[in-house]
Design a protein around this ligand. Structure first.
Ligand SMILES: Cc1cc2nc3c(=O)[nH]c(=O)nc-3n(C[C@H](O)[C@H](O)[C@H](O)COP(=O)(O)OP(=O)(O)OC[C@H]3O[C@@H](n4cnc5c(N)ncnc54)[C@H](O)[C@@H]3O)c2cc1C
Length: 519
């Protein structure tokens, strides 16, 4: 393989043009750094991308809903001026039930339970609001003695203390609980319990009874607090439009983005990151390298164990990051007719999670390598509000499907057709006639997600979002503040705090960290 030196060295070289890489590039370019983004794929976007999956039908192939990107970030990068338009904002959630009319989840309040619902929502939102700044900022270091870190610890403690005695006590009580116990204690309606519990487990390797699922629910709510103004959104043109706007913001500030440029290794010279080598042998020099690839890819493959401490390598190797979420895309020759659903609510977020026991049972099968016989789904029909995604009169259905094990018993090559069949059967029960309207179908299982988006394990968060892989411990102790022990090397992807979702905070915080260190 020939080694070709690139003539122009840059200040900052960002690996990966997913949303975090692009946010990082935009913030650095706006601060005056020369920035080059290198993306292995032929298009930008990573797991926030829109692509064609059947002739004339386009879909958000990974993430399909925008719900947690902070308003401050959108404002800072002027994403609306750079072309981001919402096809729908403040999307409501509807729980689909087989033997009862659909349930409008936000508005649901029934008799004696309405007071409990209002109190629960208000308390959870107060707690989520207190946690939001902790989600938003990068974790302070322990024992650094630095004033910035000390102040950050004090600020976090104060925010929690300001919750007041009752809410703080409640946070301590429920923080480590599982969401099953919490919701069972709060509500009688099993349909409401199922719908709310889904938010706690979506994209994770958990069922509602798994420890720490109140924490994952609060995490999602804290993200939503940061994004509050627009609520859950469908961007016009799909999630790829978010990355297109981010790329426009980055290039307007002077950054360059190269696609079809897979990085084969990060070059370490004299114990310092000094650039990268592409798969075709081209070398590009840089003062700093910032990777948005998942932690295993970055540290074990692009850097390589020989540059890392053996204990650190072991920790990275043991990171849990096998995905359990799959993605179903259907091309339909007419609008799906869900039983009892008002036509106006077709553009809402539709859930098949009729009870917590149902979700837990679906999860149980995944432990034994089985695709859930009765899967859980988060469904959108984006073409109901965005005509750019399908030919006129036709529709696209996009669903996150749980639980789909990475290592399916018998393998995905043999199991895929049966899994699609099972999903169509389930959808048919909720929307009679849907099966006959299908003109194209695609199921992305975790290994497909791994391959298509280059995420080791195909996990939504690049690495499981759990207590032991969160905040100071994310992705692993010794790498939590974006800046690694190898000078000039940073992490900026979903594997960093605060985790996955199209949020952009890991990208922004990594850029800020680099700038604070004067690099
Ligand atoms: C099925 C599924 C559904 C989801 N649904 C939602 C949702 O509805 N809403 C939501 O907010 N989040 C959702 N998520 C999560 C969200 O998509 C991700 O957490 C987020 O996109 C991660 O962004 P990122 O920029 O950190 O990484 P990525 O998007 O993974 O981007 C990393 C980029 O790095 C590139 N790369 C990797 N290695 C190299 C290399 N060697 N050289 C060059 N480039 C490289 C990759 O090609 C990729 O483009 C979902 C995830 C999945 C898997």
């Amino acid at each position: 393989m020939s080694l070709r030196a690139s003539s122009n060295a840059v200040d900052c070289l960002v690996i990966g043009a997913g949303h975090n890489g692009l946010v990082c590039a935009a913030v650095l370019a706006r601060a005056g750094r020369s920035v080059l983004v290198l993306e292995a794929g032929q298009t930008i976007g990573g797991a926030s991308v829109t692509r064609e999956f059947a002739p004339g039908f386009r879909v958000s192939a990974g993430a399909h809903l925008l719900h947690s990107m902070p308003a401050t970030l959108r404002h800072e990068l002027r994403l609306e001026q750079h072309g981001l338009i919402a096809a729908a904002t403040r999307m409501p959630t509807t729980a689909l039930l087989e033997h009862a009319p659909p349930l409008a989840v936000e508005a649901w309040a029934c008799g004696v339970e309405s007071e409990a619902r209002a109190a629960f929502d208000a308390r959870m939102r107060r707690v989520a609001r207190a946690l939001a700044p902790i989600i938003e900022r990068r974790p302070p270091r322990i024992g650094s003695g630095g004033m910035r870190d000390v102040l950050e610890w004090l600020r976090s403690a104060l925010r929690l203390r300001l919750l007041g005695r009752r809410d703080l006590r409640e946070l301590l009580r429920v923080g480590g609980m599982n969401v099953y116990d919490l919701l069972e204690e709060q509500f009688e309606s099993v349909a409401l319990q199922g719908a709310l519990a889904l938010d706690a487990v979506l994209g994770s390797n958990f069922g509602p009874r798994s420890p720490g699922t109140v924490f994952t629910l609060l995490y999602r709510m804290a993200g939503q607090e940061l994004a509050l103004a627009e609520g859950t959104e469908l961007p016009r043109g799909g999630m790829g439009a978010v990355c297109a706007a981010l790329a426009a913001a980055a290039t307007a500030a002077g950054a360059a983005v190269r696609t079809g440029a897979p990085v084969a290794r990060i070059v370490i010279d004299a114990d310092r990151a000094s650039g990268v080598e592409l798969a075709d042998g081209e070398r590009i020099a840089a003062r700093t390298v910032i990777s948005s690839a998942d932690p295993k890819t970055t540290l074990l493959r692009l850097v390589g164990p020989r540059h890392l401490d053996a204990g650190f390598v072991r920790r990275v190797d043991r990171l849990r990051g096998r995905g359990l979420a799959a993605k179903l895309h259907l091309a339909l020759d007419r609008a799906p007719a869900f039983t009892g659903l008002e036509p106006g609510r077709l553009g809402s977020r539709l859930l098949i999670a009729p009870s917590m026991a149902y979700v837990e049972r679906a999860f149980d099968h995944s432990k034994y390598g089985e695709f859930a016989p009765e899967p859980v789904m988060e469904i959108t029909v984006p073409s109901a509000v965005d005509p750019t995604l399908a030919p006129q009169g036709r529709h696209v259905l996009s669903a996150v499907v749980q639980y789909a094990p990475y290592e399916l018993k018998g393998g995905w090559s043999d199991g895929r057709a049966g899994a699609i069949e099972r999903l169509l059967g389930m959808l048919e029960r909720h929307a009679p006639g849907l099966r006959d309207s299908v003109v194209g179908a695609e199921l992305l299982a975790p290994p497909d997600i791994e391959r298509e988006f280059r995420i080791d394990g195909g996990h939504w968060h690049h690495a499981e979002l759990a207590f032991d892989q969160f905040h100071l411990l994310r992705p692993v102790p010794g790498a939590s503040g974006h800046r690694l022990d190898i000078p000039g090397l940073y992490l900026c992807g979903a594997g960093c705090h605060p985790g996955g979702g199209v949020i952009g905070l890991a990208g922004r915080n990594a850029a800020r960290c680099l700038l604070e260190h004067g690099e």
